[in-house]
Design a protein around this ligand. Structure first.
Ligand SMILES: NC(=O)N[C@@H](CC(=O)O)C(=O)O
Ligand SMILES: [Zn+2]
Ligand SMILES: [Zn+2]
Length: 344
């Protein structure tokens, strides 16, 4: 096969940031994707319907002329979240989902949830009103090894929340483990999971072998090879539980190449070429559309995009090593392999 055509893909987990960074990265996603779930972890976070609406306007203003890209907004869940404002923002179509960050788990998560009992009434209102909860699934307890934080979160936090809140629709964001893959598969129609592009490509060696490679550091941190292989089987299976959420998470290079570097891989620029390469390696090009274009809208109850994208196989594609923002450069994720699929 040298050409594939799919319904225009969507990105069900994306960081666009704000200001100069937003203006630089929004066109990178809008070039290939129809919609994206926009993460609310700005500083300060997007916590109210009014803030989500204003942020959506800033995103639309940052898009190139003629772009057909729809940002799907989220609210950042805090222990102070006003459930009436949340439900109203969802009814009015301002927000598509709500994001749960355990406090301290990742970039800009200090305002996240510490005591899960405090958000129980909000979660119940979300279940009643069909508002999906997107979850960064890692515990932050100092005694839990960073490579175990996702698996422990499933047992200690996620499973109890789901049992206590029947009907709550949950997306396990950026799963990185075989345990995440298994839990998502067995969770029924109210549970889905996003998988990033980079976790299909790298295992934890990418971060540490031959020196510290800050551009491969993200959260949840990449795990052992057996977990990467489980993610590849899941993503390429066609199973409706799994869909693409790139978690493209730009940080300025000086903040990554730093004694305390930020977590996040910036993959918006070359994601579709990487995915086509991965799916071809797995003999699953015919299932790329399920993962990138169909399963996400089906989970969220949205129509599949009506326009198409075509990828053509040929000589290795070129893409910039970095993109420029008015505040400095951002390194594009290097998949450490040639990419042969060009997006037309
Ligand atoms: N994935 C990351 O490593 N970083 C994300 C936050 C997140 O998605 O956890 C970011 O905002 O930079
Ligand atoms: Zn996260
Ligand atoms: Zn993220």
């Amino acid at each position: 096969m040298t050409q594939i055509t799919l319904p225009r893909p969507d990105d069900w987990h994306l960081h666009l940031r704000d200001g100069a960074m937003l203006r630089a990265v929004a066109p990178e996603t809008a070039r290939h994707f129809g919609r994206a779930i926009i993460m609310p972890n700005l500083v300060p976070p997007v916590t109210t319907g009014a803030e989500a609406s204003a942020y959506r306007d800033r995103i639309l203003a940052a898009l190139p002329e003629g772009a057909r890209f729809t940002p799907l907004m989220t609210l950042y869940l805090t222990e102070e979240t006003d459930k009436d404002d949340l439900v109203q923002a969802h009814r009015e179509g301002i927000i598509t989902a709500v994001k749960l960050y355990p406090a301290g788990a990742t970039t800009n998560s200090a305002s996240g949830v510490r005591d899960f009992d405090k958000v129980r009434p909000v979660l119940e209102a979300m279940a009643e009103n069909g508002v999906p909860l997107c979850v960064h699934g890692e515990v932050v307890d100092a005694d839990v090894d960073i490579f175990d934080r996702e698996a422990v979160f499933i047992d200690r936090v996620l499973d109890p929340i789901r049992r206590a809140t029947p009907g709550l629709r949950v997306v396990m964001e950026h799963i990185t483990t075989a345990q995440g893959v298994d839990y998502a598969r067995e969770g029924g129609p109210d549970l889905g999971a996003t998988i990033t592009t980079h976790h299909l490509v790298i295992n934890r060696n990418a971060i540490l072998v031959g020196g510290i490679k800050p551009h491969y550091y993200c959260l949840p941190v990449a795990k052992r090879e057996e977990h990467r292989l489980a993610l590849r089987r899941a993503a390429t299976s066609g199973d409706p539980s799994y869909f693409l959420g790139t978690d493209s998470a730009p940080h300025l290079d000086p903040l990554k190449e730093n004694a305390c570097g930020c977590a996040g891989c910036f993959t918006a620029t070359n994601t579709l070429s990487i995915l086509a390469e991965v799916f071809e390696q797995e003999g699953a090009l015919d299932r790329l559309s399920a993962f990138a274009s169909l399963n996400g809208p089906n989970f969220y109850g949205l129509p599949v995009n009506s326009d198409k994208v075509t990828l053509t196989k040929g000589d290795p594609v070129t893409y910039p090593a970095k993109i420029d923002t008015a505040d400095g450069p951002v390194t594009v994720f290097d998949p450490m392999m040639p990419l042969h699929w060009r997006v037309e």
